[in-house]
Design a protein around this ligand. Structure first.
Ligand code: PMP
Length: 441
């Protein structure tokens, strides 16, 4: 019996014992193609020699030094590399241990910024429904996934939620794509006005929605309008690129595709690529300087911020991505994957939509393609697909239905950037078999 507290108390899982390129290997020697990089984490696969060497070297030299006493070389080098390659005015980096911590830091930074600026009445954070920003209480409060929130609702901080930009499910037939984008972006303005223009501190959104909707980018123009509204009302834009950042969508920072700049961005998963737990929050020098010139320090912190081994791993990961032109490779392999998925599955009567960007792809599972209706959540189709895929030797990430099937169900794919076209073809074939097994035609 395992004494590890698993996520699902009733499930027993295979034991992973090794990683090899794009594959994980269990105790029985079975190989699994990591088609979702876990949860969009393992962007370099599982046995990258340079990252492993960097970790070994760092842990042998300096395992840990508290940031209250010391800076560390890998943290400085990683911050420099990120800033050199970040768009817009992003200029400072705050390292944490994962995505939820990055989002918590962003929310608290936004709040402290306005306190230091002499606008303490700004306290509202506006987020979007059907979003995911993490599982700690602040990040969960920001998230708009009803099922994940339900049990904890009395503990959550009150935040506002507007509509996501989810064209497939929510654009009216009579509306152009551009009009739809403007309509949903303008919900931000209405919500700011409802709350009181000078009481809002920030808006948070995922540029490409990951876990909750399954690789859904916004329509063109949506984020431009969001940026305009933020500027008009003096509120901060926080982009959560924990899942979609670090090259996953064919840009190092996902919002580069939108032609906008952000005030704060959160990254994690692909930053450590699974070799170390690490996340980061990047902000502009304007925000940083406001705090520096105010109380002088960000009233926040965790024991492991700027951890030398984690930042050494992050440094090696980002170098691998940049030195090997992996962002460009993600774009071309992403197009290849999109075509392969559509060729194999677009005709399936229960695959309603195949979408995404780069090597971040989602398949919407529907009961009826014409009405876009979902299967009843208690049928657990996505969970069954995950199981069938695992037996085929494929790891894919299911987005199971939430309350009342609010989001429907999807399968998320986020294969390693190093996956070859042949491996992607094989991945699609395994997925096709799993889908036809669970949803025979
Ligand atoms: N934000 C987004 C967009 C995420 O996808 C996730 C994780 N799925 C998080 C935040 C939370 O990250 P973590 O699980 O590392 O705390």
């Amino acid at each position: 019996m395992s004494h590890v507290f698993p996520r699902h108390c009733h499930t027993s899982l295979a034991t992973a014992v090794a990683g090899d390129g794009c594959y994980l290997i269990d105790k029985d020697g079975k190989r699994y193609f990591d088609g979702s990089g876990g949860a969009a984490v393992s962007c370099l696969g599982h046995s990258n020699a340079n990252v492993i060497a960097a970790i070994k070297q760092q842990v042998e030299t300096l395992a840990y030094a508290h940031t209250g006493f010391f800076q560390s070389e890998p943290a400085e080098a990683l911050a420099n590399l990120l800033i050199e390659n970040a768009p817009g005015d992003l200029d400072r980096v705050y390292f944490v241990s994962g995505g939820s911590e990055a989002v918590e830091s962003a929310i608290k930074l936004a709040r402290q910024y306005f306190v230091e600026k002499g606008e303490p009445q700004r306290r509202h954070l506006i987020a979007r429904r059907q979003s995911y920003h993490g599982n700690t209480l602040g990040a969960l409060s920001a998230g708009g996934n009803a099922l994940r929130r339900k049990k904890f609702a009395p503990l959550l901080v009150e935040m506002s939620h507007i509509a996501p930009c989810y064209e497939y499910a929510e654009r009216h037939e009579t509306e152009s794509v551009a009009d739809y984008g403007l309509r949903v972006a303008n919900e931000l303005e209405s919500e700011i006005q409802r709350l009181g223009a000078d009481s809002v501190m920030a808006f948070i959104a995922e540029p490409v929605v990951g876990a909750t909707l399954g690789a859904v980018p916004a329509v063109p123009g949506y984020f431009k309008r969001i940026r305009e509204i933020c500027d008009q009302y003096g509120i901060l834009l926080i982009l959560d690129e924990v899942m979609c950042g670090m090259g996953r969508t064919g840009h190092l920072f996902a919002h580069e595709a939108e032609g906008i700049n952000t005030d704060i961005v959160c990254i994690a998963k692909g930053l450590g690529a699974g070799y170390q737990p690490i996340g980061a929050m990047l902000c502009t020098s304007h925000i940083y300087n406001t705090i520096r010139d105010g109380s002088g320090f960000f009233q926040h912190g965790h024991t492991y911020i700027g951890h030398p081994v984690a930042t050494a791993a992050g440094l090696a990961v980002v170098r691998e991505i940049l030195d090997n032109d992996l962002v460009e490779q993600v774009r071309s392999r992403g197009e290849f994957l999109d075509k392969a998925l559509k060729a194999a599955l677009a005709d399936h009567p229960h695959i309603g939509d195949i979408r995404g960007r780069g090597l971040f792809r989602g398949l919407q599972i529907v009961k009826d393609k014409a009405t876009k209706a979902s299967f009843a959540p208690d049928m657990g189709i996505a969970a069954k697909l995950k199981k069938a895929a695992l037996s085929e030797g494929l790891i894919c990430y299911p987005g199971s239905g939430t309350i009342d099937g609010e989001n429907g169900e999807h399968i998320l794919l986020a294969p390693p950037f190093i996956a070859s076209e042949a491996e992607l073809t094989e991945m699609v074939e395994m997925l096709r078999r799993a889908i036809y097994q669970v949803l025979p035609v």
